[in-house]
Every structure is written in C-alpha cells, then in structure tokens.
Design a protein around this ligand. Structure first.
Ligand SMILES: *Cc1c(COP(=O)(O)O)cnc(C)c1O
Length: 400
C-alpha cells in the first residue's frame, strides 16, 4: 500500500471535507500574528499611530480582497462570514427598496443562510420565486428570463454549490438582471479563489465571501457592494457607522489581515492549484469507479469545481458508510444540516429520489491533499462499500 495508514492508533483521519472548512494557511497565520498583540490598535482610532498602523493593515487587506474579484477597495465590507454577508445583502437590499420593488428570485439549491433569509422576506410580504434546477444541478436561464421583471429587486444565485460543486452561469445571469434593473447577488463562498471572478464582467452587484473556505480563519468574511451603479442597503447593525455605515462594529484587524493574505495567495496560485486539485479529484473518482460498480456522479460532470466529487454508491446507506470510514473525514454534504436525518434538499432538487440521495457522499480535496491520501482513500472506500454491499460489514458504534 502506498497510502498512509490512518487505521493505526493515533493517526488523524484523512481530511477530505475541504468544502466544509479549510485549515488556516501557515502564511496567512504568519501575516495575522502581529495584529493580536504587538500591533493591537483599533483601526478606527484616528488620533495616534497605533490606530493608523491597524487601519493601514485593514486597508491593505481590503485591496487584496478587491483585487481577487476585480472590485474597487471601497466596495468591500468586512463581515463575520458568508452567512452574515448573505443576510446583509439579501435583507439589506430588499428592505431598502421595498417601496419600489418587492419581488426576489433565488434557487432551490442555495445555501441554508440564503434560503432562510429569503424565507424571512417571504414572511414579511415579499413575493419570492424559487427557481428549480435541472438534473445536472444547473439553472435554466430561460426560466430566469421569464421570471425577472421590473418588480424584481434582487436575484440571489450562488456561484458554486457547496454539496455538488456545480457552477452557475454568472455572466449570463448578471446580464439578465442588469437588463431588467434587478440587483444580482451571488454567494461565492465555494467559488472565490477557485476560478477567476470579475464583478464588472459578470455584472455582479453584491457578492459574499467566507474566510474559512479559502484558508483564512473562521469568523471573517466580506461583502462586495457595487458603487457604480450604486447599490444601497439597509444595515443590520446599528452603532459607530464603521464600514461606510454598512456594518457597525470594530473591524477585527487580525481576521481582516488573514482574509486579505488568503485572497492574495489565491490570486497568485489559483490556476496551478485548480489544475492540481482537479487531477487529485479525478484520480479519486477514477480509482473509486475502477474498484466499484454502480457509482453515480451527482451534478454536472463538466461545469463543476475541480475539488468536488459527489457520488451515490447505489445500495449503500451513506451514513453507515461514513460511520465505517472513521479514518476518512468525509460527509454527506452540508455541515449545517448533517445533524438531520433528512436526505439533502440539494440532491432532492436534482430529482434524484430518496434512495439515491441517501446513498450519496461528498469528497472535497484541498491545498494540503496529497497523492498518498488519495491512494489511501480509494482503497478504503472500495473496501467498505464492498463490505456494506455484501452485507459483511461489522456494525460499528456510531460516533454521533
Ligand atoms: C460555508 C458557506 C457559507 C457560510 O459561510 P460562513 O463564513 O461559515 O458563515 C455560505 N455559503 C456557502 C456556499 C458556503 O459554502
């Protein structure tokens, strides 16, 4: 065997859940460290050098993030993560323009925080359209064209899906929205740093980023808010008016620095990393399907992230498989909903049916993933799926 032996006592499981979260890149951590104590100033203190030093660091980070998406640094607002950015964008725009337009469009396969923000708007009296996706997980642009009108204030459609990795046609969506005067918000938590995004070219008006999906810490994110043509939003937080009034509260200098450095690294390394991760992901896919029959890919084969593999092992209960594969850190899809026994709503939206949805597992490779880890994962997945199918798997005590 070429892979590491994680079954040996004391070895941590092979981590293949990089769409749930990523470790902080050592270069990111190094950039952050001085801002915990040595350079501890409040970035909003204007009367002394401690404040100026912290402010300079925050502004550098803002530029680094803006550069990654083709934005102006004044258009970046720091938040606590993509959840906050999505809430702020969706509810903020809808509330600000509610007298003029009251229709919001989104897609059935969005992240929970987008879905729940939209549900709240629906309860408040907004008209919501929940667009379906095809069996490949992709949006039908004609359906979007038919639904966006001069009553539509906002269209919120994610760039890349967190469970199945499919990539929506952002530029086409942006063009449709701009033509009808509706704002286009996109959650790029899974997409930014993976492939090139350009807010002008794609006609994006608002865009949400999460730090911990791109090797920055948890608890930081950013919202891009277009200045020309101007997008206005109602803030959620009242206070000192930081972040151009969009998000009161002291900016966490060290977290902002981390997100900035992580963005700069992505900008430099994205193309090479995409190719390397695609090769590892394909190797995993090929290895698994060479060793096992009845493994079906979920979501479009062509239009997807290079690091995602979501497959159904027909006849196998994914929960049982994951329990038996304690030496691999993998999941059925969403960390946010994995406590529930319901099959994934994303897979259901593809029309896959309960049984296939319950047989599905998400693998996601990341920056630290090695060939040896993939070799090991292939061997273990093939072995445990075979055992479950043959009914020879020994019951393992559940860990949760
Ligand atoms: C992780 C994730 C979020 C939530 O981001 P947080 O920074 O954890 O709040 C939102 N949307 C998508 C698509 C994600 O993958």
């Amino acid at each position: 065997m070429t892979g590491r032996d994680s079954t040996t006592e004391g070895n941590p499981p092979v981590y293949l859940d990089y769409q749930a979260t990523t470790p902080v890149d050592p270069r990111v951590l190094e950039a952050m460290l001085p801002y915990f104590n040595e350079k501890f100033g409040n970035p909003h203190s204007v009367s002394h050098a401690y404040g100026w030093e912290a402010e300079a660091a925050v502004e550098k980070a803002r530029r680094q993030i803006a550069d990654l998406i083709g934005a102006d640094d004044k258009e970046i607002v720091f938040t606590s993560g993509a959840t906050e950015a999505n809430n702020l964008a969706i509810k903020g725009v809808a509330h600000f323009y509610r007298q003029k337009r009251n229709h919001v469009v989104t897609v059935a396969t969005e992240h929970k925080c987008v879905i729940e923000s939209c549900r709240r708007l629906e309860r408040e009296g907004f008209a919501l359209t929940w667009l379906p996706v095809g069996p490949d997980g992709l949006l039908d642009l004609d359906a979007l064209r038919d639904t966006v009108t001069d009553r539509t204030v906002l269209v919120s459609i994610m760039a890349a899906n967190n469970e199945i990795g499919v990539i929506q046609p952002l530029a086409e969506i942006g063009a449709i929205c701009r033509e009808r005067g509706a704002f286009f918000h996109t959650d790029v938590a899974q997409a930014v740093g993976k492939f090139a995004l350009d807010v002008d070219g794609m006609k994006i008006d608002l865009l949400s980023i999460s730090g911990h999906k791109i090797y920055a810490p948890k608890g930081v994110g950013a919202l891009y808010i277009r200045r020309r043509p101007r997008v206005r939003i109602e803030p959620m937080m009242d206070g000192g008016g930081q972040e151009r009034g969009f998000r009161s509260g002291t900016v966490a200098t060290q977290l902002a620095v981390g997100l900035g450095e992580a963005s700069a690294i992505c900008g430099r390394e994205m193309a090479d990393e995409d190719a390397r991760l695609g090769r590892l992901r394909d190797k995993l896919h090929v290895g698994i399907t060479a060793g096992l029959g009845d493994v079906l890919l979920n979501g479009s084969k062509e239009v997807r992230l290079s690091n995602n593999l979501n497959v159904s092992f027909l006849g196998v209960d994914a929960e049982a498989l994951i329990t038996n594969l304690k030496d691999l850190a993998i999941s059925t899809g969403s960390a946010c909903t994995s406590a529930s026994v319901e099959p994934s709503y994303v897979l259901q939206a593809l029309g896959l049916g309960d049984e296939r949805a319950r047989a599905s597992v998400r693998f996601a490779v990341g920056r630290p993933t090695t060939d040896a880890e993939i070799d090991y994962a292939i061997e273990r997945v093939v072995a445990e799926v075979s055992k479950l199918r043959a009914g020879t798997s020994k019951p393992v005590a559940a860990t949760r």
